[in-house]
Write a new protein. Structure first.
Length: 83
């Protein structure tokens, strides 16, 4: 999976990323680890790869990372931001 980069405009300011879905004109704000996951989605990646990267970069249990990433990805899908 990866972001619909042609349909998304995003800016990171500090630890907050503001995302605009261009076709729908809807704005979204993400912070913290969500910003890192969002960055990783610029390239085609799998949930397993996302989880591996996040547990390597942050102090988080694998099960917690997987659950949180899957919830985050569901939100991105609902917002039509992922392929």
């Amino acid at each position: 999976m990866r972001l619909r980069t042609a349909e998304v405009s995003a800016r990171t300011i500090g630890d907050e990323t503001i995302i605009l879905n261009l076709p729908t004109s809807r704005y979204f704000t993400i912070t913290g680890v969500g910003t890192r996951v969002f960055e990783l989605l610029a390239e085609d990646t799998s949930v397993d790869e996302l989880v591996e990267t996040i547990i390597a970069e942050y102090e988080v249990e694998p099960a917690v990372a997987r659950r949180d990433i899957e919830l985050f990805l569901d939100r991105l899908r609902d917002a039509e931001l992922l392929h």
